[in-house]
Structures are given as structure tokens and as C-alpha cells.
Design a protein around this ligand. Structure first.
Ligand code: PPS
Length: 288
């Protein structure tokens, strides 16, 4: 399949045809969000699958049934993907979903609802590295080229769901007030129970320390790697080849240090800093 054949363009954003269609985007546009819906919002490779494990457990008080019996893509579907239309009627209440949408493409009903958002942000250099390997293992994505070439594509926004800087700026500047909570992938890696507690309080769950601890154990990188409902081992190898790179690859902060040369780092930082403008100073990690 040619690379042009693998992606579609929706409002200037690239998305893989394997999982998205113009109909699925239309379905998302017209989707009616409910007041008690919870949406994990993440730029690709920022921990989406992680949120698909976490949200059901926070919302149901730690009942492991959904994460042990339902594949992640049906358990907490992507708002923009084809699967949503298939599974939406089976979602338990309150519903949990995830999305890679930038803020300005959220459905109209989102803005009039009281649906809550947890926005997870990850160091863009680690996103880039994670994405580089993902493009090598996923047949439905185009070849990333060399690491140098992929850096250029990332900086130009010629990657899935556009520029990281646009995503972050759009979601930082909203009128959602206390409907949105911000957290970083790095905070989650550093102290998952503390991150879960913050999320649980935000969702009005008030879970006990014991339940938080239990959820943290089941959402650890190690446990998720062995969960067949979450590690993509159910997907045939012709689509996702874990021998090339597992989906749950390293699960750490700072792997970029093993990949970026000093020249690449300087170029990357310069562009990102310029595009973020004032927003650079409020980032939780140094861009250097
Ligand atoms: S996607 O394709 O956009 O849905 O990918 P996404 O799930 O957003 O991001 C994949 C990266 O998240 C890491 N991940 C985790 N890290 C730490 N702990 C847990 N439990 C966890 N679950 C997923 C996953 O390993 C990918 O990062 P890398 O750096 O490639 O390991």
C-alpha cells in the first residue's frame, strides 16, 4: 500500500484509514456527549492506552472486570475512531472515552455538556521517539524514514494529528474551567498512586488508599505488558509486529537521551520553543 493510501486527511489532520474514516469523523462531530462522560485527551504517544486502563478502574472503584475482559479499544474507545459507533451502546455509565482531537475539533455537544477532561501531556522528545518505533511496527502507518527525517516531519506537523505544539496550546487555552485537569506522563511515571489520587479526586471518586494502590498495581507498565486485553497481542502480526517493537515499549521518561544527537536536540528545541512562545515557560520539563 502506498503511504498516501494509508492516511486520510480530516480538517488538515492526518489519521490512519485502518482505524478512521470520514464517516467516523462525522460520527464524532455529531456525537452527543453526556454530562457525566469522562474524556482522556492526549496527543498520540502520550499515554492513551494507559488512560484506557486507568479510567474504568477509577470510575468503577477498582473492579478489574473491564480491563481483564474487554480490549482497550472497545473498553474506552477513541472518539474519532470507527469502533466508537460499534460499541457506544455497550459502554457502562459513566462513559469513559479517549481522543487525540485538538480542542477546536471537539464535537459541539462537548462544549455545552459538563463532560470532564483529563489532559495528559508528555515530553515531546519522548513522544517523538515512541512514535518513531510505533511507525516501524504498525503496518497501517507510513515508514518513518530515518530518525533525522522523522524529526523534520514531527516539527512540520506532517504526522498523525498534526503539530504537538498546536495540540498543547489549544488545550491549554480553553474556557473549560474546572472541567479540565492537567497532568503529565512524567508525573504518572514518577508516582502513579499520587497521580491516580489526583485524578480520582478530580472525578469526585474519593477512593481509599487501598483501592488506589490496587489500581496502580494493575496499571503499572509491567502488569499492562502482560494484559492481553491491553498489549495489542490480540491484533494480528501483519498489522502490528511486536517483534519489530512492542507497543508497550519502554514506558519511561527520558528515553530521548538515547536517541537525539546534540545537533538534533538544538534544532528540535529551537523550533518547539519558538512555536510555543510564552507557553514554553509554563512547561513542566525543560525543553533543553
Ligand atoms: S497511541 O498509539 O497514541 O495510542 O499511543 P499511546 O498509548 O498514547 O502512547 C504509547 C506510549 O505510552 C506508554 N505506556 C506506558 N508508560 C508507562 N506506564 C504504563 N503503564 C504505560 N502504558 C503505556 C507506551 O509504552 C508508549 O511509550 P514508549 O515510550 O514507546 O514506551
Amino acid at each position: 500500500m502506498s503511504s498516501e493510501g494509508k492516511y486520510l486527511l480530516y480538517n488538515g489532520l492526518l489519521a490512519p484509514k485502518e482505524t478512521h474514516s470520514l464517516e467516523s469523523f462525522k460520527f464524532a462531530e455529531e456525537f452527543t456527549l453526556k454530562d457525566d462522560d469522562v474524556i482522556g485527551v492526549l496527543y498520540p504517544k502520550s499515554g492513551t492506552i494507559w488512560m484506557q486502563e486507568i479510567l474504568p478502574l477509577l470510575l468503577n472503584g477498582g473492579d478489574l472486570t473491564p480491563i481483564q475482559t474487554i480490549p482497550n479499544w472497545d473498553r474506552v474507545p477513541w472518539l474519532e475512531e470507527k469502533r466508537l459507533a460499534e460499541v457506544v451502546d455497550q459502554l457502562p455509565s459513566p462513559r469513559a472515552m479517549v481522543t487525540h482531537f485538538p480542542y477546536h475539533l471537539m464535537p459541539a455537544s462537548f462544549h455545552t455538556s459538563k463532560a470532564k477532561v483529563i489532559y495528559v501531556m508528555r515530553n515531546p522528545k519522548d513522544i517523538l521517539v515512541s512514535s518513531f518505533y510505533f511507525h516501524q511496527m504498525a503496518e497501517f502507518l507510513e515508514d518513518p524514514g530515518t530518525f533525522d527525517e522523522f524529526i523534520e516531519k514531527f516539527l512540520e506537523g506532517k504526522v498523525l494529528f498534526g503539530k504537538w505544539t498546536d495540540h498543547v496550546k489549544g488545550w491549554k487555552d480553553t474556557d473549560l474551567g474546572d472541567r479540565i485537569m492537567y497532568i503529565t506522563y512524567e508525573e504518572m511515571v514518577q508516582d502513579l498512586p499520587a497521580a491516580l489520587k489526583r485524578m480520582s479526586d478530580f472525578l469526585g471518586r474519593n477512593l481509599s488508599d487501598e483501592t488506589i494502590q490496587k489500581i496502580a498495581e494493575h496499571c503499572s507498565f509491567k502488569t499492562m505488558k502482560t494484559n492481553t486485553m491491553s498489549n495489542f497481542s490480540l491484533v494480528p502480526k501483519v498489522y502490528m509486529d511486536s517483534d519489530k517493537s512492542p507497543f508497550l515499549r519502554k514506558g519511561i521518561a527520558g528515553d530521548w537521551k538515547n536517541h537525539f544527537s546534540s545537533e538534533q536536540l538544538a534544532r528540535f528545541t529551537l523550533v518547539i520553543r519558538k512555536e510555543l512562545g510564552n507557553e514554553s515557560s509554563s512547561l513542566p520539563w525543560s525543553l533543553d
